[in-house]
Design a protein around this ligand. Sequence first.
Ligand code: GAL
Length: 665
Amino acid sequence: MFRFGVDYYPEHWPEERWPEDARLMSEAGINVVRLAEFAWSFLEPQPGRFDFDWLDRAITVLHKQGIQVILGTPTASAPPWVMGMFPDSYKVNEHGHRLTYGNRCEFCPTHAGYRERGRMVTRAMADHYADHPAVIGWQIDNELNGRCYCPTCQTSFQNWLRGRYNTLDKLNAAWGTAFWSHVYTEWSQVPVPVQTGGVPNPGLDLDFRRFMSDTFACFQQEQVDLLRQICRKHFITHNFMGFGFDQINYYDLAKPLDFVSWDNYPRTGWHLAKEADPTYLALGHDATRGFKGKPFWVMEEQSGSGGWQTVGMTPRPGEMRLWTYQAIAHGADAIVYFRWRTARFGTEQYWHGVLYHHGQPGRRYDELKTIGSELKRAGEQFLGSENRNQVAMILSYDARWAFQGQANHADFSYSALFRSYYKALHARNIGIDVVSPDADLSRYRLVLVPALYILPEEVADRLRSFVQNGGLLIATARSGVKDEANAVVNRYLPGLLADVCGVEVDEYDVQPAEETIPLELSLPGREAQSAGARLWFDVLRTTTSQPIGIYQAEYFSGRPAVTLNQFGEGKAVYVGTLGDDALHDTVVDWALQSIDLHAPVNAPSGVEVAERWQGDQRLLFLLNHNNETVEVPLTQSYMDLLSGTGVDETVKMPPYGVSVLHNEE
Ligand code: GAL
């Protein structure tokens, strides 16, 4: 069954209303709800006094309508009595200030007392619901993220370092503590990189970020272990934040879960934008699919306007449906909308759900119902289908974190660079896998490594074999700069990629963001064309490569900026500059042409095309992100899975329209 759900908070509404909610949900095709995610005050009103009666009654009402339940463990927001019990369990932020009560997710992840209370409430819930016929799975906590710099975390960090380095000599050598006489002689001397300590040693800084990520993974693991032991029939997931959150290594966090979920909010009141950016949404989905290399759930899909203090734009008619099928196109096997009914109180009064505060069905409910009936018919065909892509982009959390510590250029953003290359591919409707540096690359034809700043030897070896065996690699400036301890390598850049790229960085320079240095590109098979370089400028010396982009200004005018190298059976392109979308677009366009990789359908601008495969059966998704009608030409006839009608020659798509095409059997 394709799971189609809503996030529901029965504890926010009078019990007399629950049957009406369940009836309306069921009429819209809802077959699953997520409950209890922030309900700790209700589940354990006093220390050790658990109350599941209200939740049992809510589940019974829902189950009578055939609705199944995912339970959230409630540890993301603790009642005042928990925090009162452990005043030192509030996070200390990077400025050294301890948080106070009033928001959520304010706990320190290493605090033993908080963790114990978290395990207690999780265990009590698990014992109570292990055999409940309506419960199918668990979501652990909510959007784990953040960093804590408290004394307990400092001690844990020191222990973590002991595990990683074994001896202080090794730690001192790796971090280069010779600099500024920071040689540690006791583990207890090692600080946390709080801002009052100034700009930290990069080795310490990166290790602290790794430690915090591991700590959250460990916090999650405790709950996973309990649930695995007690609820053997249930799945376990966690709601990630796609490409957006960047403090936890999501590849690690995904490991113990059955599948990954994520929360997709295309438009919020925090960043008012007229149009949702379909590329960014696609990247969120592709990143999420990559965290475990398999289909995922959207656990919170935007249904109404999102805002806390300020109100965001309401999804336009058709957008909920469009975002639903975009998620499915990129690998979602279930969609759960946030939230059923808009809260009348609390911080999220303006984070709108399917129903307004008044609870009466309206336009968004009708749209939900339309999607529900389509998925009832067609949903099964999507389940477990594969996204088979020939292009991969490597997402490195080590690189992300190292750049968080040292941006290299005040206007450089690793995420923005990543998005820029992703966008060039996505705009051409090429399917993309976003993969970890540890991924097996042998199935890909093109691999992009934007600023792979920290480059372990095994990863460099894998990239080398990928090219040697016939792959095309695009690597950018600031790749191969550092070793795993965040120290600069003792060789010409791009370090361990210098041989495969056939290039050495002779010099580098930076310029203010508004400066563009003209380049002349001579991409094989194309006329010479001009482009721009920005932010960062590697001045290259070719060893075995040929220059395909030359600087046209500055003291390095005439020197190579972009190179192409034949290496084994494959090729490597090195782009020695960081910041110009048009340049990235041109390089990607040429790379795709050179490996003869094309979009499945030649669609007009703003129409996203994506494929999923159910065995030999191809499902072709056409998603019109334009607020206007467009026509998409086809080269063969298809059946439209959603409308049940046949199409040939062209599909006429209304604003925000969707078609899912497949060949007739
Ligand atoms: C999500 C979160 C939800 C809700 C929503 C709206 O990120 O998981 O609990 O807070 O945002 O703010």
